[in-house]
Design a protein. Structure first.
Length: 148
């Protein structure tokens, strides 16, 4: 009886998209999560501003869900309920990312490089869209600060 040869499993035979297509899908999924799921969850819990801080070698477990990869020396991800249909999304990072994901997903993207003063001065700058009014008085006065 002749032996049956099973063809090798390949990305194509399994229906797995090519790398570029997977990247585009990942970007769309992240956008959908941040634009469609995050704001209702923030509102349900009375949170106006969610600030996630990450640092090198100490990544937040949620980082991949919001588009983060290598977190750099110090990075901040800010999500602010402006009262609209989607949250304002701000990324402030120490090093530029290889992907265009941040530019496509976040409203404000700022890279500050590596410096002794670190991330803090950039969180205080009005140009980062985290203005004094946002930090001083959110509509309901509740912020979620999460640091790792």
């Amino acid at each position: 009886m002749p032996a049956t040869v099973t063809p090798p499993l390949t990305r194509e035979s399994l229906g797995i998209p090519a790398e570029r297509e997977r990247y585009i899908l990942r970007k769309r999924i992240i956008q959908a999560k941040l634009n469609g799921t995050l704001l209702p969850a923030m509102r349900a819990h009375g949170i106006d501003l969610w600030l996630l801080l990450c640092r090198e070698f100490n990544e937040d477990p949620f980082l991949q869900e919001i588009g983060g990869g290598w977190p750099g020396v110090r990075n901040a991800y800010l999500f602010y309920d402006t009262g609209g249909d989607v949250p304002e999304k701000v990324f402030i990072g120490s090093h530029e990312q290889r992907e265009d994901l941040f530019d496509d997903v976040y409203d404000v993207v700022k890279y500050y490089g590596y410096s002794q003063e670190g991330l803090a001065p950039h969180l205080r700058e009005p140009s980062t869209a985290v203005t004094r009014s946002v930090l001083a008085s959110t509509p309901r006065g509740r912020c979620l600060w999460r640091t790792v």
